[in-house]
Unconditional design. Structure first.
Length: 263
């Protein structure tokens, strides 16, 4: 079965309901921002509800997109990815989620068997831009994933988790509900994270925290190495304005609100 190129800004569920992609089942609305822009959508993709696409997205075979859902530009999604299913909330497993939105930025890669679920307690589940979600990643209700995050295969986040910009989560790690993983941090493969992880730190269970030198290099922050290290090792926040200080203050605010401990 060949793919189809669809000039579309948004797709809404057609009168025939769900099923494989069929041009008779969906109404295409041309982008007011860019005119006709081509999104490459495989014929087996299922799109239901209010789903808005930007430009130059590739939606690969057997992916399911359920609105309300907003997707930016230049994303690669699938195959076999599910975005927009209800959150798995044990307090209310059958809650009404039809009106609850997910927002996804631009330049993301979302690989096979990844699930991104609708919010249950807050107003949005959100993925930023330039995020790489590898195979079989679980993004739960109310999660917030910042720009430039990398989440590797088989990672599972619990509800209301916050992964801040530039963080990297190692294969098979699990993140407890409401935990905050700080900007530029690294969580070890297979780690069970039950507390918040400091920005620019490397968290390996049962080992002291150390500075994530790689993140400082990657995001061109080596000039602020001393400030980052002082926070990772001693919890000191610099007094002088800097990108590091901004990231630390953002983390501290979320840390306090989360009710979680701190590694």
């Amino acid at each position: 079965m060949s793919r189809v190129l669809v000039p579309v800004k948004s797709l809404v569920r057609g009168p025939e309901g769900l099923g494989g992609f069929n041009s008779d089942d969906y109404t295409a609305v041309i982008s007011a921002r860019s005119g006709i822009a081509m999104n490459d959508i495989h014929p087996t993709v299922i799109i239901e509800g209010d789903v808005t696409l930007g430009d130059n997205n590739r939606i690969l075979p057997y992916t399911v997109l359920t609105g309300p859902l907003e997707i930016g530009d230049d994303n690669i999604i699938g195959p076999h990815t599910v975005i927009g299913s209800p959150g798995q909330d044990t307090r209310n497993p059958r809650y009404e989620s039809d009106h609850l939105p997910i927002k996804i930025g631009s330049g993301n890669i979302i690989r096979e068997f990844t699930a991104i679920q609708k919010p249950a307690y807050e107003d949005l589940t959100e993925i930023g831009s330039n995020v790489f979600l590898m195979q079989s990643v679980h993004i739960p209700h109310d999660a917030r994933i910042g720009d430039d995050v990398v989440i590797t295969p088989m990672v599972s986040l619990a509800g209301l988790a916050k992964i801040l910009p530039g963080a990297n989560i190692g294969m098979g790690a699990t993140i407890h509900q409401r935990c905050v993983v700080g900007a530029g941090s690294l969580v070890a493969t297979g780690a069970a994270v039950t507390k918040n992880v400091r920005p620019y730190s490397i968290y390996i269970p049962n080992q002291p925290l150390r500075l994530n030198e790689y993140a400082l290099e990657k995001f061109e922050l080596t000039a602020f190495r001393d400030e980052a290290e002082a926070y990772v090792l001693r919890g000191e926040i610099p007094e002088v304005a800097s990108p590091i200080r901004d990231a630390l203050l953002a983390f501290e605010s979320l840390h306090e609100a989360s009710g979680r401990g701190l590694y």
